[in-house]
Ligand binder design. Structure first.
Ligand code: PLP
Length: 402
């Protein structure tokens, strides 16, 4: 008997970052000394006061179904967060909580897209955006950026790609995979274009909001910069990256009531509420002390500086120094066409990543997965010692190529 799967799903590859992380994990299980720089999660432990809030929630018996899109206490904490950090004012009816940031984006796309609707996505992009759009029946419209513009789109790039079918623009700053951050003035000029197209909605993925480096870098989100587009902006965030809570699965967003209502309906027929215990932990993450964040930031910044320095010293690699998230996106342009010791030609960034794993047991993710080649992504959310080991191996790998 042949089992037939959804045609929609058959055209979607599994997430490349998850695949590379698994490949590295498999090699490790076979006894190889693998250093994986492919996972997108902080290596810090979830802070104790957040864990305690979860334990107390269990002890209080908060272990039952909750409201489908989040408990009131969490929605109130989210409202306070948006007011305090972003100067954005919302009511509870504007807030949705889901089992992670990814389901927020998935729910928003499924709830709004019809066949033929286009979603503008700057590349390189977070791997899941185009595939979620396709799963929802929409058409991704990719705007490729370049290193010269720090991998950011300009107002004219945006305007050229808007058509009568454009439904959404997805913006992600700080960016996964480049770590680049849109400044207030850059967002203002993008908003200037969006003001002319009232049918275009904006999804602002702010999940790396708290990870920006340097005194001069300030995080801004687009509806704060231009209030006239706020009524069609969905501002998404979550506790995964900011509080090292990737496994707890809590993401949230604020936006137009009509979209929030549709997302609730969808969630009521799919996952139902996010874990009650994780929701209470998220209340503490948002309301509780944040003194640990400073130390985490300093540590990330030191790691970024070291990785950028080491990668730039490798034969044939060049790397910008981005201002946020915990990724760098080096170019391997000058490596393309070179051969490994066994004579395998490195024809593209996927060959680069695969051979690096094969010869030096270092896991990175190839740029093609993020829609812009020839690059690769390094996640520096791991110890300095592992980063230095991995970077030394990358330097050796590049030196060995002919
Ligand atoms: N958005 C971006 C840009 C991400 O990098 C990620 C996770 O890697 C997410 C959303 C999803 O986060 P979560 O783990 O909360 O689903």
């Amino acid at each position: 008997m042949s089992i037939k799967l959804s045609k929609n799903l058959e055209n979607i590859p599994p997430s490349a970052t998850v695949t590379m992380t698994q490949l590295a994990r498999d090699l490790k299980n076979q006894g190889k000394d693998v250093v994986s720089l492919s996972a997108g999660e902080p290596d810090f432990d979830t802070p104790d006061h957040i864990k305690m809030a979860a334990i107390e929630a269990i002890e209080r018996g908060e272990t039952k179904y909750t409201a489908v899109d989040g408990i009131d206490e969490l929605k109130e904490a989210i409202i306070r967060k948006f007011q305090k950090d972003n100067n954005l004012t919302f009511l509870k009816e504007n807030i949705s909580v889901a089992p992670g940031g990814k389901p927020i984006i998935y729910n928003a796309m499924i709830a709004t897209l019809n066949h033929g609707d286009e979603v503008i996505i700057p590349a390189p992009y977070w791997v899941s955006y185009p595939d979620i759009v396709k799963l929802a029946g929409g058409t991704p419209v990719i705007i490729k950026t370049s290193e010269e513009s720090d991998f950011k789109i300009s107002a004219s790039d945006l305007e050229k790609n808007i058509t009568e079918n454009t439904k959404w623009l997805i913006l992600n700053s700080p960016s996964n995979p480049t770590g680049e951050v849109y400044s207030r003035s850059e967002l203002k000029s993008l908003a200037g274009v969006l003001k002319k197209y009232p049918n275009v909605y904006i999804l602002s993925d702010d999940i790396y909001e708290h990870l920006v480096y340097g005194e001069l870098t300030k995080f801004s989100t687009i509806s704060e910069v231009e209030s006239s587009i706020a009524e069609r902006t969905l501002t998404m965030n979550g506790v995964s990256k900011a509080y090292s809570m990737t496994g707890w699965r809590i993401g949230y967003c604020a936006g137009p009531k009509k979209i929030i209502d549709a997302m609730r309906k969808l969630q009521s027929q799919s996952t139902s509420n996010p874990s009650s215990i994780s929701q209470w932990a998220a209340v503490e993450a948002l309301n509780g002390k944040k003194d640990f964040l400073k130390g985490w930031l300093l540590s990330f910044e030191e790691r970024r500086d070291r990785v950028v320095e080491m990668i730039n010293s490798a034969n044939g690699l060049t790397c910008l120094k981005p201002k946020g998230a915990f990724y760098v996106y080096p170019s391997c342009q000058k490596i393309i066409g070179k051969k490994t010791v066994e004579g395998n030609v490195i024809s593209n960034d996927e060959d680069f990543a695969m051979n690096l794993l094969k010869y030096k047991s270092v896991g990175v993710v190839h740029g093609a997965a993020f829609g812009l080649s020839p690059y690769f992504r390094i996640s520096y959310a791991t110890s300095m010692q592992k980063l230095e080991t991995a970077c030394n191996r990358i330097i050796e790998f590049c030196d060995d190529l002919e």
